[in-house]
Design a protein around this ligand. Structure first.
Ligand code: AQP
Length: 331
């Protein structure tokens, strides 16, 4: 059975893009794969996190994953910092990766913007930690949103260079599993920017804990143009906000863009937003309700994460110890 590694940063409350680009896919992959689901708190602190907020977001995120259908009794759910193998392998990869590779990473450029000098070195070497997350388990399949494709290419480059440098076939090749529908969900305020849990504007995203009224209000206020919906996808090409709303509808209703347009062509955004609200509320509101219920028992959530960390450690420890031996570290 192939092993899957999936990570999500507890840097805020997961949003609809995390759900459509990642979580929903993870739930489906559980049958037929051995899955490791990781709350990547070490990645989260590459940008500043208030400690109490990080703690709260990690627990909320664990609850959201369970509420979305992640089965922590059959698969592994834990927080990254609880398993030291990630940090140890990441350091080795910091010494394998070339600076030129990191300089090409678009996520660093997007996050750091023009103010590179003032960002943490952790943000810069983030892709090496991500490679370590995956390869510490020799996972071969990684379900991610389209925005993470470049990081997975770097993971393969690091694995190959490690194997080449140390003259062994130790780390396997990794395959990105990118969901076809709504691979990248865009901000509700700007159709050219991806929806993000740390965007300063809460109006830009639908959070998985939003209730029905909040969802309706955010969709009502979503930026749109003045035109009606076209009758084929080509008519959405230069309309990023319209295209985003139609893509969200299609992904949640399990329809193609064409099927959504067949039903809604010629409509203005007033009626379309009402229809979209219904689809989003049906998919998201039950997750929010179950999350609130789970968050009432913090002890149980902590126990689930600790148990997951023990099982993750049991897989990663021998792999990372072997990598350390290959490098020449004394034991
Ligand atoms: N807008 C998106 N559309 C599709 N997929 C997305 N993902 C994130 N945003 C979108 C996918 O969610 C998974 C977990 O993401 P992450 O939390 O590890 O990091 P991220 O991509 O940086 O997500 P955010 O919400 O934008 O977090 P912040 O604001 O903290 O940077 C990944 O598989 C990602 O592809």
């Amino acid at each position: 059975m192939q092993r899957i590694f999936s990570g999500i940063q507890p840097s805020g409350v997961p949003q609809l893009g995390n759900y459509l680009g990642a979580i929903r896919n993870w739930v489906n992959l559980q049958s037929g794969h051995e899955c490791i689901f990781c709350l990547v708190d070490m990645h989260a602190i590459t940008v500043w996190q208030e400690p109490e907020e990080l703690r709260r977001h990690t627990l909320t995120q664990a609850a959201i994953l369970l509420a979305s259908g992640i089965d922590a009794s059959r698969h592994i759910l834990f927080n990254q910092s609880a398993v030291s193998a990630h940090a140890r392998l990441a350091w080795i990869f910091n010494c394998v990766t070339r600076l030129g590779w990191l300089n090409r990473m678009t996520q660093f450029k997007d996050k750091a913007g023009k103010d590179r000098e003032n960002h943490s070195s952790g943000l810069y070497v983030y892709p090496n930690l991500m490679a370590a997350d995956i390869l510490a388990y020799k996972a071969t399949r990684v379900p991610v949103g389209e925005d993470q494709k470049q990081h997975l290419e770097l993971t393969n480059d690091v694995a190959q260079k490690f194997n080449h440098d140390y003259g062994v076939e130790f780390f396997p090749a990794v395959e990105a599993l990118i969901p076809p529908a709504a691979a990248r969900v865009m901000s509700l305020r700007d159709g050219t920017k991806k929806m993000s849990k740390s965007d300063p504007s809460a109006q830009s995203r639908i959070e998985l804990t939003d209730d029905a009224d909040t969802i309706a209000q955010k969709i009502r206020r979503a930026k749109t143009d003045a035109d009606v919906l076209p009758d084929d996808p080509a008519g959405l090409e230069s309309r990023p906000e319209a295209r985003n709303l139609v893509a969200i509808y299609a992904a949640l209703a399990d329809m193609s863009i064409q099927q959504v347009l067949d039903t809604h062509k010629g409509q203005g955004f007033g009626p379309f937003k009402n229809a979209l609200t219904e689809v989003v509320v049906n998919a998201i509101a039950p997750i929010g309700q179950e999350t609130s219920r789970l968050l009432k028992d913090e002890t149980h959530l902590l126990h689930t994460l600790r148990h997951g960390a023990q099982r993750a450690q049991a897989i990663a420890e021998p792999i990372v110890s072997e990598a350390e031996k290959l490098v020449g570290f004394l034991r």
